[in-house]
Design a protein around this ligand. Structure first.
Ligand code: BDP
Length: 708
């Protein structure tokens, strides 16, 4: 009997703790259509009426139906009117005489009207894509529990090209990918189309992302062969109803590798003819192909400079090939040459500024947010505002190559916004990077923003739940570069977990503080590029033996017995002179640069007095400690949020925060041990000794770190 009771008790407890029917593995992202509270669900529209037959409008209607079914938890609609969606070519929409003229190709209007005495929520737009974006906007409202009555909302994207860059290889590995393999199953394409491609399209469309570059910027020529064009076409077919165009990274030397030509000289007629024929071939298979992304003369990639031609010559050759089909070229400005002794932060400007005005009409120059390389913090790139005759795209890195991979919780919304808000002073005060890239500052027809994707084959897509927020923030800021990253974080947290303010408010606080914490424990006070070699996992500030000077962390921090930092003023590389005069003056003066960027622009004494009176050395050490403490705070905050989160996603995040804490401590200890060996200064009173001697940190090696 006792054994029976024990058995029953055991069974009972198993039943109580059994996992919920729906796995909370993060697959649903922010499109998490779970039952809403009864009062809310009773107020939902009962029916979805599509105004016209169109694949995109059908996708929008299906998404609304799916969301409503999920919110109702299987209960039938209780009849609170309907949602009507379409363009003005649908008679029911036209009958409403809505003010659509200002919405452009992708904007939408949400309006509450009454038809035959019944409440109707209208989603209207000039084009089907706008209807789709309107549908997702309405879904956001419903999911966040915002009122549906009395709606009169219009919105349209400020930037035309909102594009993900996949650094995905044809063997399915992902350069700087930390979330599994590539989602593009090249080998099985074009016949087998993973249903996941549709969910990818839904997630991106929900943010307004309208383009995707399928393959790595370090491109293989093979991606332009007929079999791979067919594979790309299959992906394009799947993404098309969701308003997403496909682009390819093109290898500049493909005319040699695939065409058997002796040269890839962009001014050679045979080379130009080859690109033209290749473009024609692509457009026969993918009629709405977006165009090419090119990394040329950078990190060993071939390019026009191999033939003593300019970047404009190179870009224009490809641009001429796609122009008849309405295609574009995104030409990257991420260049630095192995032979060039100039400060790496200056090289892109030096090469590109002189060719402003020389690019064909269908070329955009794609510039990383900072002048070096996606570091935890960089000043905005001096090319923004410096090439008024050329449409400029900004490129952000969503995948966290330099920010703790997918295990560190670092919300990038603030990083993106910091660049977008920065004032270039190109046309006086108020010439923000956002205005440069949305085309408004210099009246460009084309505008664009690119993000290096953090999407992979992991069930949760991005490696961690909180990394999904970076994909989300990229999309929302691409739509509106002036959006508030804090509001975006709140929206994401509300959709992804629960809109309960008791959850959202502390979560947003945690997310907003997370990026500064990472800066503090990795590269405080304007330091940069101190990561270990190749994989960039963990600290390597001591590395000084790599072939090229600018591969070495010592090149960037320049610490010596007297002080630390890279002098980019007139007494040093004079990189400050690449900025507009008011910005240059601020960055040239160590008292005005601001502590966050101090060592980016200045080599200063270890004993320099900081704003609060302590020395630079003491401040540096305390910044490392502050970063580690920031992670401890995040862990406490996450512990307190446990009641609001399902066990699966809570545990997953908690385990990653534990990794982050250990690694933040490692960064702090290794960095302090190293810089102390250079500065010769003692640790400030009360500061803990690093756990190991410096040599221990130097001896760590990670041959199998991912993404490399
Ligand atoms: C660097 C990455 C490298 C990329 C390069 C790029 O380490 O993998 O190929 O950027 O953007 O940060 O081209």
């Amino acid at each position: 009997m006792r054994r029976l009771i024990a058995l029953m008790a055991a069974l009972f407890s198993v039943a109580l703790t059994a996992p919920p029917a729906l796995a909370e593995d993060g697959y649903d992202l922010w499109l998490r259509y779970r039952p809403l509270p009864a009062a809310q669900s009773a107020a939902l529209p009962a029916a979805v009426l599509a105004g016209e037959q169109d694949p995109t409008i059908r996708a929008a209607a299906q998404e609304l139906e799916r969301a409503l079914a999920g919110y109702r938890g299987g209960q039938a609609g209780s009849g609170q009117g309907a949602i009507l969606l379409g363009t003005a070519s649908a008679p029911q929409i036209a009958a409403q005489r809505l003010p659509l003229s200002g919405l452009g190709e992708e904007g939408y209007l949400l309006r509450s009207v009454t038809v035959g005495g019944k409440p109707v929520t209208v989603i209207a737009a000039n084009r089907p894509a706008g209807v789709l974006y309107g549908a997702y906007a309405l879904i956001r409202r419903m999911q966040l529990g915002q009122p549906l009555a009395g709606l009169d909302i219009t919105d349209r994207p400020k930037v035309k090209l909102r594009i993900l860059n996949h650094w995905d290889n044809l063997d399915r590995s992902v350069e700087r990918g930390y979330s599994g393999q590539s989602i593009w199953d090249w080998w099985r394409l074009p016949d087998a189309k993973d249903p996941r491609y549709i969910d990818y399209a839904r997630a991106n469309a929900s943010l307004g992302i309208n383009g995707t570059v399928l393959n790595n910027v370090n491109a293989k020529a093979e991606s332009l062969t007929a079999p791979y064009i067919a594979k790309a076409a299959a992906v394009a077919d799947t993404l098309r109803p969701y308003g997403i165009k496909v682009y390819l990274s093109a290898r500049f030397s493909a005319p040699i590798e695939l065409g058997g030509l002796k040269t890839a000289d962009p001014l050679d007629p045979a080379v130009r003819a080859w690109w033209k024929a290749k473009a024609d071939e692509i457009y026969r298979t993918i009629p709405d192909f977006g165009g090419f992304l090119v990394k040329a003369n950078s990190e060993g990639q071939p390019g026009p400079r191999d033939y003593h031609r300019t970047h404009a010559d190179g870009a224009n050759a490809l641009a001429a090939a796609v122009a008849p089909h309405g295609g574009i070229v995104m030409w990257r400005a991420f260049v630095y040459a192995e032979t060039d002794p100039e400060d790496r932060a200056k090289q892109a400007y030096t090469e590109f500024k002189p060719v402003d005005g020389k690019f064909a009409d269908n070329v955009l120059v794609q510039v990383k947010n900072g002048a070096i390389d996606f570091q935890p913090r960089e000043p905005f790139h001096p090319l923004f505002g410096a090439m008024p005759k050329t449409p400029m795209m900004v490129e952000f890195q969503i995948t966290k190559e330099y920010l703790g991979f997918s295990t560190h919780l670092v919300y990038l919304g603030g990083l993106f916004a910091e660049t977008l808000e920065a004032d270039t002073f190109a046309k006086g005060r108020g010439s923000s990077v956002a205005k440069v890239i949305d085309g408004s500052l210099d009246n460009h027809r084309m505008s664009g923003i690119a993000g290096v994707a953090n999407i992979g084959s992991d069930r949760n897509w991005s490696g961690s739940v909180f990394d999904q927020a970076n994909w989300y923030a990229f999309g929302r800021l691409a739509w509106n570069p002036n959006a508030d990253p804090r509001a975006v974080a709140g929206e994401w947290a509300g959709l992804t977990f629960t809109p309960d303010p008791a959850f959202v408010q502390p979560t947003v606080q945690m997310m907003m503080a997370s990026r500064q914490a990472a800066v503090d424990y990795m590269t405080p006070l304007g330091l940069a590029h101190l990561m270990a070699t190749g994989h960039h996992y963990g600290p390597g500030p001591w590395v000084s033996d790599l072939a090229r000077p600018e591969w070495n962390p010592t090149y960037y921090h320049r610490a010596d017995a007297k002080g630390i930092g890279f002098d980019r003023t007139r007494t040093g590389s004079n990189a400050v002179a690449q900025y507009a005069p008011p910005v240059a003056r601020r960055f040239a003066d160590p008292d005005k640069t601001g502590e966050d960027l101090l060592l980016w622009f200045h080599h200063v004494s270890w004993d320099r007095r900081m704003a609060d009176g302590s020395t630079l050395w003491d401040t540096l050490v305390r910044r490392y400690d502050r970063g580690v403490a920031g992670v401890a705070t995040m862990r406490r905050q996450w512990d307190a949020l446990r009641p609001y989160v399902d066990a699966e996603r809570w545990e997953h995040t908690a385990s990653f925060l534990a990794v982050q804490q250990r690694e933040a401590q490692w960064w702090r200890d290794a960095s302090i041990a190293y810089f102390r060996s250079i500065s010769g200064r003692p640790l400030p009173a009360g500061v803990a000794e690093p756990a190991h001697p410096l040599d221990w940190y130097k001896a760590q090696s990670f041959p199998f770190a991912p993404g490399n």
